[in-house]
Design a protein around this ligand. Structure first.
Ligand SMILES: NC(=O)c1ccc[n+]([C@@H]2O[C@H](COP(=O)([O-])OP(=O)(O)OC[C@H]3O[C@@H](n4cnc5c(N)ncnc54)[C@H](OP(=O)(O)O)[C@@H]3O)[C@@H](O)[C@H]2O)c1
Length: 344
């Protein structure tokens, strides 16, 4: 075929903040797919950027093995089927999966995480943003772990990100009162435009004081994406029998040392409150439940999604950094330019 594969590899384990130098660019020839083995050749079109990728590059226990040094960086993507002997994945169709930071990838039907076809009429952006893992995370974290119900007071941290912006809206659409926490006045204004009753700018405002002022009866559900000081502030304001849903701890992912844990866990005892973590992966068999509720809201426009789209293969590593600098709004994506010499 003579195709070249552009790739970004993990060059070293990041020490402290992630940097572009943690990744190395390489070009290799694309292997010939073997139709007898069921090989399907894909070309990536869109990449998803997720906070969890920062955890995948650490040499530590996780829900997936760490990305190895010298390996292609793992990433969710939407790709086009370029060559296929598999009738279930016809050439020209779009599929989603963990295809990594590269132009081409060969997948097989017996892969541990096989590619899944995009539903008809769903664009790659919509698939990765509105219908992607971050939306499912927001849904199941709130509904299943948080016990979301009308009239509850819900606080969401990293409320302007992919997971948070969906959590804010799902809580509001279910009739809850919603307070967001986000970095910067502009992001807070955007979170309010999504329907949050208020949004606290943690860069400029005193978080514990503002939570106390905005949630005088206490927080029923604290949906926490951040950990550290923000989790401590939310625990401090939990209502009697309130719940803190541990979705993520991004304040610690990119720091040389994890921030200190909440110092106020006695509050959980006095208020008979609960802290519970969860993994969206455990809900994959229940996605139909989420889509049954999210689908009509998306169709009616009541639930809005925003994709923050970067362009260009060379900008892949720096696009991941955007998540840890608070530069993204909504779901961070990157559209790949067609590789030179490949099919347009
Ligand atoms: N449990 C699960 O199954 C599951 C699944 C998916 C995601 N998650 C978690 O959900 C969280 C959000 O992930 P995402 O992929 O949707 O990313 P995201 O929210 O789109 O982007 C990350 C946001 O986090 C905030 N942030 C970054 N560094 C921070 C720091 N040091 N302190 C405070 N805030 C910081 C920034 O917003 P500001 O500008 O507002 O600071 C940034 O925009 C992560 O913790 C992730 O691990 C969990």
């Amino acid at each position: 075929m003579g195709l070249r594969n552009r790739q970004w590899l993990l060059a070293r384990r990041p020490a402290g903040s992630l940097s572009e130098q943690d990744f190395e660019y390489r070009e290799t020839p694309v292997a010939e797919p073997d139709p007898d083995a069921g090989d399907v050749l894909l070309r990536n079109l869109w990449l998803s950027f997720d906070a969890t990728q920062r955890e995948w590059v650490k040499d530590q226990e996780g829900y997936l093995p760490p990305v190895g040094l010298g390996e292609v960086m793992r990433a969710s993507a939407v790709a086009e089927v370029v060559r296929s002997a598999n009738p279930a994945l016809p050439e020209g169709s779009l599929v989603q999966g963990l295809f990594g930071w590269q132009d081409y990838v060969i997948v097989r039907p017996d892969d541990a995480i096989p590619p899944s076809p995009l539903p008809a009429g769903v664009s790659p952006e919509m698939c990765l943003a509105a219908l992607g893992g971050t939306s499912l995370t927001a849904y199941f974290g709130l509904v299943d772990i948080g016990g979301l119900a009308a009239g509850k007071t819900v606080v969401v941290s990293a409320a302007g990100g992919a997971t948070g912006s969906m959590a804010v809206q799902i809580a509001r659409l279910r009739g809850a009162r919603v307070i967001g926490i986000a970095g910067g006045a502009d992001k807070c204004a955007w979170v309010k435009s999504l329907g949050a009753d208020d949004c606290i700018d943690y860069h400029a405002e005193n978080l514990p004081e503002r939570l106390a002022a905005l949630c005088p009866e206490g927080i029923d559900i604290a949906f926490d994406n951040v950990g550290g000081a923000q989790l401590e502030a939310m625990i401090g304001q939990l209502a009697h029998r309130g719940r803190a849903v541990l979705c993520g701890q991004i304040a610690g992912y990119d720091a040389p040392e994890a921030p200190p844990g909440p110092r106020n866990l006695m509050t959980l005892i006095y208020r008979r409150a609960r802290v519970e973590g969860f993994l969206m992966l455990d809900y994959l068999h229940r996605t139909h439940e989420a889509f049954a509720e999210l689908g009509p809201w998306l169709g009616s426009g009541e639930l809005r999604w925003h994709a923050d789209v970067q362009e260009g293969f060379e900008h892949i590593p720096r696009t991941l950094l955007r998540l840890f600098r608070g530069e993204n709004r909504g779901k961070q994506l990157l559209r790949l330019d067609p590789p030179k010499g490949g099919p347009a």
